[in-house]
Design a protein around this ligand. Sequence first.
Ligand SMILES: Nc1nc2c(c(=O)[nH]1)N[C@H]1C(S)=C(S)[C@@H](COP(=O)(O)O)O[C@H]1N2
Ligand SMILES: [Mo]
Length: 524
Amino acid sequence: MWALAGGAGRDRLVGVARTKRDGALAGVVAAGVAIGVAELVAVLTGPRTAPLVAVGGWVVDHVPEAGKELAIRWFGTYDKVALLVGTSVLLAAFAAVIGVLAARWRWVGYAGLGLFTAIGVGAALTRHDVGPTAALPSLVGGVVGMFALTWLLAERSRVSVDSGAAEEEAHGRRRFLRGVGLASVVGLAAGVGGRWLSVLLSVSDAREKVVLPAAGDPGATAPVEANLNVPGLSPYVTSNRSFYRIDTALVVPRVDPANWKLRIHGRVDNPMTLTWEQLLARPMIERYVTLSCVSNPVGGDLIGNARWQGVLLKDLLLEAAPQAGADQVVSRSVDGFTAGSPTAALLDGRDAMIAVGMNGSPLPIDHGFPARLVVPGLYGYVSATKWLAELELTSFADFDAYWIPRGWAREAPIKTQSRIDTPSHGREVAAGTVVVAGVAWAQRRGISTVEVRVDGGAWQKATLAATVSIDTWRQWRWEWQATPGTYKLQVRASDNAGTPQVEQTTPPIPDGATGYHTVKVTVA
Ligand SMILES: Nc1nc2c(c(=O)[nH]1)N[C@H]1C(S)=C(S)[C@@H](COP(=O)(O)O)O[C@H]1N2
Ligand SMILES: [Mo]
């Protein structure tokens, strides 16, 4: 049909195709200008109010658990990048369609951009702790985007496909493409400039200026014997750079310690508010604590051990004086995330703390600067609130924290687990003595034994490294006299009460995975 169309008919078809292409281009560029301008405005109103991030954040909070698990399975810890890229691609596709339609019916363009603006405004306004100004980035971006679309399509309509004057048409197209180029540059400059400015104005300077006082009670430092120095084995202390990161924040909250406050309120006799200076002036401890994520699959790496410095939570809570029945402490972050911990666990003498330091430096921004909770023995989602803003005494009957309505358990003590770090799954090793090594943890109970077995044979005792306390993981190693073949290695740990880890395989949801870490290796 296309091939058969000749002469004027063919010209018309080419003209229609061009109109569509130019319309799509105008739509995408106008949407880009809108997003870019919105980023620039968000420098003033906060990065969480920029439309892509706001919509992404809304999706994170509302996507069903199954969808989230799929995203993590597909993209791992890049799930957030994937979400932002996916949102952008979808947006571009819609903008192209709107542009095509707008080339014919201008009102469709305005209606489409208006719809996007409304979605951006709506998502931004649902973000935690934002005022009405959160609507501004999308509003301003939307209006500027409409101007851009109007202008581009006006330039476009000077290109008359029916004019017949080839020279005039070429001239018109050049005007249109120049307009597209100019608008793209403006949009890109606004977007990149906006991001750049918000990083510039961010709190990394404030963090660099923080000098933590030395902890009055620094605890023991890890002995060299805590590290077995086996190649491929996780070090006893995880560096800040390689520490896993899990949170719902699409842009990391930037909190200036100068404006930071911690409110302790709810069912307490003495509600109180602490400033950063007041927090730092209090007695401090420093302790190694192994943090674990409930979503960690058996053998996974959502776990790390750091030396945390902070203020004992117990002292603060006792000062605030919880009332009878206040069996839950809800910690809330500046971005609205909540975790609910049993009040009893925070008062039972464990080193639950408001941490300000991690491995000798102020908390990294990704890990909760300026202050977060660290509670030995509880999974992160029920205890380890980063970018901490308040502690509210309430009861489990009265309030469900962030992950509870999403299917996770109200209470979640960390389960005894062990992991084989080397040899890793699928590896080929040389016959002879093979060092099998890994880590095991049972925070609050301590690790007493680790055993390894080959192909379901008898359990063999591994050698344990030294440790500092029952609140951290322990390295282990076992020497295997390996002969050629393909084998299945398994590990299990027991806590200090002699209770072995659960053998039955269960998924992370609702309160932590169980089962033996199993690694297949080939000996050659
Ligand atoms: N503000 C905030 N704090 C949070 C979370 C979050 O989503 N937002 N996630 C929690 C979870 S699920 C875990 S496992 C730990 C992880 O801490 P890390 O990122 O420092 O390793 O942070 C906890 N604190
Ligand atoms: Mo977690």
